[in-house]
Design a protein around this ligand. Structure first.
Ligand code: FDA
Length: 316
């Protein structure tokens, strides 16, 4: 894990830094690398290109930690329109194209942090999205946020899965609890998107060192690949991608029985290489105006991005 990550994530929490970064012209070019657009029409244009190149998508309408009800309601409305748009797209160029397109959603964008009623509001909003997605033939996966939300998010997914068995869950390998969660979810046949984890977490709940996180990821991946579900290998790390390929071969999984997943704008050549050899590749594509939290997590993942962060803060 990037040793500067906690420093960047802590600085990103300051209002002054947020003001500076969201108005810096340097930010605009960096945002464009990771976020193809602020509007749904820009998003759909980017998704069409990805589909034509043989990659599937999971689309995230940016927004998180919503503290007012109206905003949560408008996120739901946007997702419903997004699901309609995705359902109309041509996926014939995606190998194993039988797997549906997908939306990714953060429960904190659907109201999870709206006080004591928040978890129930988010769970109901998730049900609304899943009902629409089920009718449209689109999948939904719930993103994993900071560890204070993990139990509530997993409870909402557990509650929804009997009605929507295709509902996906994100598991962050850096959390100590995740090996148990992977075991439970694999046994339940759930779709699990396994990532390393992108938030600043204390050592009471999460591994802090890169090698420990990588080892935890491999243990979780082993559990998922040996289980009955469709593992979603969300990483750009060449060693983990190679391990996933080896485990898939060992467990007799065909390319359509698991997915490689990467973020829009990161290791595009590798995404294309995997898709060209017939693997199922899904690209996570965020859009919207609320890109600040997403951008700072991407910057914090890579030491080389620190120079950008400092330049933007210095205003040039
Ligand atoms: P690692 O960080 O070791 O990166 C491996 C290589 O990938 C790097 O050497 C570099 O080449 C490239 N790379 C990675 N990040 C880069 C960046 N920001 N800029 C440029 N190059 C970069 N996290 C979370 O907490 N909750 C979630 O819900 C999700 N959801 C999610 C979905 C999908 C589809 C993916 C791929 C990832 C997430 N994540 C996430 C993010 C995840 O937790 C993690 O922070 C990043 O994927 C980076 O970890 P890697 O496994 O890629 O390894």
């Amino acid at each position: 894990m990037n040793p500067l990550r906690p420093v960047i994530l802590a600085a990103a929490g300051s209002d002054r830094v947020k003001r500076t970064l969201t108005t810096s012209p340097v930010s605009a070019s960096m945002v464009r690398r990771f976020v193809p657009g602020e509007t749904r029409s820009a998003l759909v244009a980017a998704v069409r290109e990805l589909l034509a190149s043989g990659r599937a998508v999971s689309v995230d309408f940016l927004g998180e930690y919503t503290t007012d009800r109206a905003r949560a309601d408008s996120a739901v409305a946007e997702y419903l329109a997004l699901i309609n748009d995705l359902a109309a797209l041509d996926t014939s160029a995606v190998p194993g194209g039988a797997a549906p397109l997908e939306v990714s959603v953060k429960l904190s964008a659907l109201g999870q942090s709206l006080g004591a009623d928040g978890p129930a509001i988010a769970a109901e909003n998730l049900r609304v999205l899943c009902t629409k997605a089920g009718e449209a033939g689109v999948w939904v996966t719930v993103d994993a946020e900071d560890h204070t939300t993990t139990a509530s998010t997993l409870a909402a997914i557990r509650q929804a899965r009997p009605e929507f068995p295709w509902l996906g869950t994100v598991v962050q390998a850096y959390l100590y609890r995740s090996e148990d969660d992977c075991r439970d979810l694999a046994n339940a046949g759930a779709r699990v998107r396994l990532c390393k984890g992108a938030y600043r977490e204390p050592d009471t709940v999460a591994h802090q060192h890169r090698a420990e996180v990588d080892r935890a990821y491999l243990r979780c991946l082993h559990t998922l690949m040996h289980g009955p579900s469709r593992p979603l290998v969300a990483s750009h790390d060449p060693a983990l991608i190679a391990a996933a390929a080896a485990l898939a071969a060992q467990t007799g999984r065909a390319p359509g029985d698991f997915e490689y997943q990467m973020l829009y704008g990161i290791r595009t050549d590798e995404q294309l290489r995997l898709a060209a050899r017939g693997d199922f590749v899904r690209v996570y594509v965020p859009y919207g105006t609320q890109w600040y939290g997403y951008l700072t997590r991407r910057l914090a993942e890579r030491p080389a991005n620190l120079a950008f962060f400092l330049r933007a803060l210095a205003g040039n």
